[in-house]
Write a protein of this length. Structure first.
Length: 270
């Protein structure tokens, strides 16, 4: 998992993919989208609960609900377009979609290729533990009596090896097993994007704690084409309005089962 850093490391591949687009395509203007009666939004169904397939094989999740609210404000219908990590930026660049969701972390490399709106949500890379093992800072877990329970092959394993060398690591095959082991006291803590652990945490009656000092915080916005200035400006107002009236927080809790750990909030200038 470890979506934040995993996505960042994939950026080079994503940017390279855009070079396959032979020439820039004019993104639809805001007026053209309104006149068409629909807005095309890219959603990745492999990032639950942001996006996933339901029992009717329809894409659902936080991103779909959020985009539905955006479409309502725009006065058009929502057209969900399935995207994956490799093709989501090329889809924006080529004009196949009007904007893309799917945990689009804002970073300078991606911003060379597409534009971003103000943040929709955050993702917190941090330490999940229990009350008995709570410490003030993630660096305090660099001790020989600490055992991290991590998913085999996930990026946090390398992060722990590089930054918390004194701690031990127990590797399991998946997130449900890793969180269960932590709940049963078979480890001290886990490092990952904690927002995505909510559904696993709810299955165990444990006094879960999230270490106050995060390892990192990622800010995710809507990705739009470079020449879609009018659309981006309107989306900035719409995203702000979603935060202002508490709709983003409501949808986040609905799908993640907990409040956003580090809320974006609504301020006049963010």
């Amino acid at each position: 998992m470890f979506k934040g850093i995993g996505k960042f490391l994939a950026t080079i591949g994503l940017i390279a993919s855009t070079s396959l687009v032979s020439a820039p395509v004019e993104a639809r203007t805001l007026d053209e989208i309104i006149k068409s009666g629909s807005v095309r939004v890219g959603v990745n169904p492999t990032l639950p609960p942001l996006g996933k397939f339901d029992d009717k094989n329809q894409i659902t999740g936080f991103d779909v609900d959020f985009a539905t609210e955006i479409a309502k404000m725009l006065g058009v219908k929502l057209e969900v377009v399935q995207v994956g990590s490799p093709d989501r930026i090329p889809f924006v660049v080529s004009g196949k979609i009007d904007f893309v969701m799917g945990a689009m972390t804002r970073n300078p490399e991606r911003a060379k290729v597409i534009d971003f709106t103000v943040p929709v949500h955050t993702e917190v890379l941090g330490v999940l533990t229990t009350k008995a093992n709570q410490k003030p800072d993630w660096k305090d877990y660099n001790k020989a009596d600490v055992t991290f329970v991590q998913v085999r092959g996930s990026t946090p394993v390398k992060f722990i090896e590089d930054n918390l060398k004194n701690a031990k690591v127990t590797l399991l095959d998946n997130y449900p097993d890793a969180v269960r082991a932590l709940a049963q006291g078979r480890g001290t803590a886990m490092i990952d994007v904690i927002d995505f652990m909510g559904e696993h945490m709810q299955r165990h009656k444990v006094d879960w704690q999230i270490v106050d000092t995060p390892v990192d915080i990622y800010y995710c916005g809507l990705g739009v084409a470079k020449n879609a200035t009018g659309l981006k400006d309107w989306l900035n107002v719409a995203v702000f309005e979603m935060h202002r009236r508490g709709k983003t927080a409501e949808l986040w809790k609905k799908w993640f089962g907990m409040d956003m750990i580090k809320p974006v909030g609504a301020t006049p200038y963010f």
